[in-house]
Design a protein around this ligand. Sequence first.
Ligand code: SF4
Length: 99
Amino acid sequence: MATRITEQCIACGLCEPECPNEAIREAGAVFVIDPARCTECVGFHAVEQCAAVCPVDVCVPDADHVEREADLFERAKKLHPERAASLELGPKTSRFRKT
Ligand code: SF4
């Protein structure tokens, strides 16, 4: 499931540089997430980095884009072909395995 940013976004911009996939961009008065680039941070972090820094908690799971860990990990590898061989799934790199 991709992450999405709700209409309550205050456009502070803190999330944008934290995304490992450059999935976040400004769109008028709010920031938005491209679900085709979001991996829920799988492959990089155990928690969604946008949600971790958001001061108003508007980065939430997108029920319209439910995805399996394996698919999210494949996306991460495709988005970062130069790093694909070194990406791993584990408690520190997937929210699905967080302990
Ligand atoms: Fe980027 Fe991770 Fe947020 Fe998805 S959950 S938009 S990959 S920071």
